[in-house]
Design a protein around this ligand. Structure first.
Ligand code: ADP
Ligand code: MG
Length: 380
């Protein structure tokens, strides 16, 4: 059933009458991996998978939620001590609290929400949920006085302070700022951003979710970060954002072979993001794809955050003639993002599903995505 209809029926039966509709989106990142903590660039966009909510102030100090997807209700007050025990409700509670902590207003409301962003697939359903409510509560209680960047930060702080996830700003940023047919290059150092038209007539974006997540004993993310910090320090710069290959090669004999490889990836990745932006401006989709493959190669060989399943998906994409393919997200599992010519779209999905299943005993999950609007009020 259509999302809005499903929500509106649940709202009528739980609370009676109707409220105002809002939605926000999940996101992809076309290129720019492990760049955020190095002060580099990311290049995300919002997608056509959303969380939608119907909301109505209830003239009390209490929030009453019904999650269609969880088929569960939760109620809470708006003070710090009122945190709900349901994990899914803590995302909404956190958004309320973070608005209040910033001096904004949140009063009681009734809300029903549902979505079609797959949970935990790397498309950031949690950011979609936070952004949907942050946007809505800004509109309903604050006359839209909170700026969009602050809305993204409210979502990020919700993850940090109420959900135990120490995430960067990219997911919430993309979810709030997302615009149809545009990707957004975010400079993680200055937080400046720029929209780039993402016109890929003749191609589709396809995510292939390996549905594996390798839990590693020592924290590989921290180790990667430490390598980057060590090299930056050796170069006398704050982050690898300010390094180039000539600088790195000049200190090659002073640093470990491992640190060299890590830094090489980060420096290359910064240039690849800029290269993809230029290529998009020229309408050169082949170059976009080639740079995506280069990123995969770097993540796999130099940064060493891939795994067998993801390398396998990348190889199959190459064999099928997919234009670009790479790991999306931190690595060690999750999905690949693929730029696929329309003509081979169906055959690629069939082949990759069969081959992966043959090799690993389960099918990957496939998601077609279209770059779409982020947080918004639904007027129609
Ligand atoms: P993701 O990578 O998709 O963001 P997370 O683990 O960060 O994965 O967030 C998933 C959590 O967000 C879910 O466990 C749930 O608590 C909440 N959530 C996401 N989508 C929904 C939804 N449609 N309905 C209820 N809760 C949701
Ligand atoms: Mg998340």
């Amino acid at each position: 059933m259509e999302l809005k209809k499903k929500i509106s029926e649940a709202f009528a039966s739980h609370f009676g009458g109707e409220g105002t509709f809002y939605s926000s989106a999940g996101r992809i990142n076309l290129i720019g991996e492990h760049t955020d903590y190095n002060g580099g660039f990311v290049f995300p966009g919002a997608i056509d998978k959303v969380i939608m909510a119907e909301i109505r102030p209830n003239d009390t100090e209490k929030v009453n939620l019904y999650s269609v997807d969880m088929d569960a209700s939760a109620s809470f007050g708006l003070n710090e001590a009122d945190a709900p025990k349901e994990q899914w409700a803590r995302y909404v509670f956190g958004v309320c609290r973070e608005i209040i902590k910033r001096g904004g207003t949140v009063k009681g409301f009734d809300a029903v929400f549902a979505g079609n962003v797959p949970l935990g697939a790397g498309l950031s359903s949690s950011a979609a949920l936070e952004s949907c409510f942050a946007f809505a509560l800004n509109d309903l209680f604050n006359g839209n006085s909170i700026d969009k960047f602050e809305l993204a930060k409210i979502g990020q702080s919700t993850e940090h302070n109420y959900c135990g996830v120490n995430c960067g700003i990219m997911d919430q940023f993309a979810s709030v700022f997302g615009k149809k047919d545009c990707l957004i290059r975010l400079d993680c150092r200055s937080l400046e951003y720029e929209y780039f038209p993402f016109k890929i007539d003749g191609y589709k974006l396809v995510l292939v979710d390996s549905v594996v997540k390798h839990e590693l004993v020592d924290s590989p993310y921290n180790k990667r970060r430490e390598s980057c910090e060590r090299v930056a320090k050796r170069l006398g710069i704050e982050t690898l954002r300010d390094a180039d290959m000539a600088m790195l090669d000049a200190v090659k004999s002073d640093i470990s072979a491992e640190d060299y490889m890590r830094a090489k990836f980060v420096i290359g990745e910064k240039d690849r993001v800029l290269g993809v932006c230029d290529a998009l401006n020229r309408g050169d989709i082949e170059t976009v794809g080639r740079l995506m493959y280069e990123t995969h190669e770097g993540l796999s060989k130099d940064y060493e955050v891939s795994c067998e399943e993801l390398d396998f998906l990348n190889d199959v994409a190459k064999e099928c003639g997919v234009t670009g393919s790479r790991i999306m997200g931190g690595g060690f599992g999750g999905c690949t993002i693929n730029l696929v010519p329309d003509a081979i779209h169906d055959s690629f999905i069939k082949t990759v599903t069969e081959k992966f299943n043959e090799r690993y005993g389960h099918e990957p999950k496939i998601y077609d995505v279209i770059i779409s609007d982020g947080a918004r009020k639904i007027e129609e």
